[in-house]
Design a protein around this ligand. Structure first.
Ligand SMILES: *[C@@H]1O[C@H](CO)[C@@H](O)[C@H](O)[C@H]1NC(C)=O
Ligand SMILES: *[C@@H]1O[C@H](CO)[C@@H](O)[C@H](O)[C@H]1NC(C)=O
Length: 345
């Protein structure tokens, strides 16, 4: 436990450095179509311009269609991952976690008073997660919260919440669909508005600050496969880390697996070892939850799956247990509930 805490502090320091912010700020929806049209070379691989490229820029083809919202991979997660029921309560003490303030206000220039803060408690984890939700977020915890505020303490409030869970596939239960032993790698979700006019200073999409236990992004970015990818970064730097503040994706073991395969898991993964690890997580989770595994996911049409076999094996060896649905979070491993709080003003 002591070692783990030291690691978190080291990672927190790394996450505060501008380079790390750039490294984790990306668009995990992107597929390998339209590469030439993208202005940003990172994280896609162009070996001539991107020194982080792995496997010479080669990646598994036919691709695993797991990048876009409501694409085959996203739908498979929606279908096969059980949702953990949850309850939530709104903070009324005028405070917010210091990390929500740091990223949401100081770094990304949103207004502190526009955030509402919630505890979200899932039945598979004793301690809550925190959601710092900007009021411009188009996803529904706000609408639901206002309904619930009115109905507070009434059984109807719980009823409305249950109806919401059943009928709104884009709701916050998607966080609860992440296997809890993956989910425990983060403790805070920061959710922004979706329009550039909401905040012209913010041009990002979604990011993971693993050392802070933070997943942060626009509300449109909060869908299953995107959360699976982002949580992969959190797992990489905490639960799967060999220690010393190092992500597993930075180890010789991961480099050896990539080298043995000779192909990255996806075009996006070919951009760096870090991204490739998170992409491998998507593939491993599909392999675990889709009946028949990855071969069934591709409809038996991807004879090239052996090209990523060493990466899947290496990933499963360090993180397979976290990528399995069911069970409970382990409070000794869960990223701690934030205790450093500041005024929300
Ligand atoms: C399998 O991978 C090889 C090597 O990259 C490639 O030439 C081939 O087209 C791939 N197969 C299919 C069906 O795409
Ligand atoms: C949120 O959770 C923390 C930690 O369990 C608890 O101390 C706090 O009272 C909770 N706040 C609300 C508003 O539920």
């Amino acid at each position: 436990m002591a070692v783990f805490k030291t690691l978190l502090i080291a990672l927190a320091a790394a996450a505060n450095a501008p380079a790390a912010v750039v490294a984790f700020q990306h668009d995990p929806r992107a597929t390998n179509t339209g590469l030439a049209k993208r202005a940003d070379a990172y994280p896609f691989c162009n070996p001539a311009t991107n020194p982080n490229c792995i496997a010479g820029g080669k990646y598994l083809v036919p691709i695993l269609e797991f990048s876009s919202e409501n694409g085959p991979g996203d739908l498979a997660y929606q279908q096969y991952l059980p949702a953990s029921p949850w309850t939530f309560s709104k903070w009324t003490n005028g405070l917010m976690p210091e990390r929500c303030y740091y990223w949401g206000v100081t770094a990304d220039k949103w207004k502190a008073t526009d955030f509402l803060v919630y505890n979200v408690t899932y039945t598979d984890c004793a301690t809550p997660f925190v959601v710092c939700r900007h009021q411009k977020s188009t996803k529904s915890i706000g609408q639901l919260a206002s309904v619930r505020d009115i109905m507070l303490a009434s059984s109807l409030g719980q009823f409305v919440q249950n109806v919401f869970i059943l009928t709104n596939p884009l709701g916050w239960q998607q966080i609860g669909k992440l296997p809890v032993r993956m989910r425990q790698a983060s403790s805070i979700y920061i959710v922004y508005g979706d329009l550039n006019t909401d905040n012209p200073n913010y041009g990002g999409y979604m990011a993971t600050l693993a050392g802070d236990g933070v997943v942060v992004g626009r509300s449109v970015a909060y869908f299953s496969t995107s959360l699976v990818h982002e949580t992969g970064h959190a797992v990489d730097s905490t639960l799967a880390s060999p220690g010393g503040g190092k992500p597993f994706s930075g180890t010789a073991a991961w480099a050896a697996a990539v080298k043995a395969d000779g192909f990255a898991v996806s075009a996006y993964g070919a951009g760096s070892y870090v991204e490739d690890f998170a992409e491998a997580g998507r593939a491993v989770l599909l392999d675990t939850v889709v009946p028949g595994g990855l071969a069934a996911f591709t409809g038996g049409k991807n004879a090239n799956l052996t090209q990523i076999a060493a990466q899947l094996k290496a990933f499963k060896a360090v993180a397979g247990t976290f990528y399995t649905p069911g069970g409970k979070c382990d409070l000794a491993k869960k990223f701690p509930f934030p205790t450093k709080l500041v005024k929300r003003e």
